[in-house]
Design a protein. Structure first.
Length: 201
């Protein structure tokens, strides 16, 4: 079974606590059970691991064209891949910015393309395992763009849901039709974590 882990953290490369420790250990544990795992993270500025470039492209997002590079880390026990999105991740900290919803929205959108690249190069994920609100928009985009694979969304910390203004829906490139009480709407605001739980398998 092929499993793609989609996360915002993985120790020791980029981590603030428990999420990073889980992503550092769970894929390796599953590989001892014959699962074929890959981990996909944002290429934060603080990650200094040597990498090779696999492919690059541009993507229309939030009214502009952004550049994206898919990289593979070299000499790591963890099968680590990075999405380099300079517009959003060339910053000092992992989180805490006003545009975090756009940062991780762009990451999730780009992960759809990365998934397609893997598929075209003889590795197709049977399961895309997403973690916390940062990757909760992936199943929403997967449904929007009819991408293949089954999605599992794990909640590590429900206190952080990144609830934001409804105006971000169009900036994220998502259709108005999913802004309703059964999908992404939450008391008049947009809740990406709720959307992820609804659209995950």
């Amino acid at each position: 079974m092929n499993i793609l882990f989609l996360a915002a953290e993985a120790a020791p490369f980029a981590s603030t606590g428990g999420l990073g420790e889980v992503i550092a250990s769970l894929p390796l544990a599953l590989q001892t059970l014959d699962a074929n795992c890959r981990v996909l993270l944002p290429a934060y500025q603080k990650i200094s691991q040597p990498c090779t470039t696999l492919t690059e492209w541009t993507m229309d997002f939030d009214g502009k064209s952004i550049s994206i590079i898919l990289k593979k880390a070299i000499d790591t026990a963890l099968p680590l891949y990075l999405l380099d999105i300079p517009d959003y991740f060339e910053r000092d900290q992992l989180y805490g910015y006003e545009d975090d919803i756009l940062r991780f929205g762009a990451f999730c959108r780009a992960a759809i393309v990365a998934q397609k690249y893997f598929r075209e190069h003889d590795w197709e994920a049977d399961i895309i395992h997403c973690h916390d609100w940062h990757t909760a928009l992936f199943p929403v985009y997967k449904s929007t763009f009819n991408a293949p694979g089954k999605v599992l969304l794990t909640i590590h910390n429900l206190a952080y849901q990144s609830v934001c203004d409804a105006a971000y829906l169009s900036r994220l490139g998502l259709p108005d039709s999913i802004f309703n009480m059964h999908q992404l709407e939450f008391w008049g605001k947009l809740n990406p974590f709720k959307g992820g739980l609804v659209f995950a398998d």
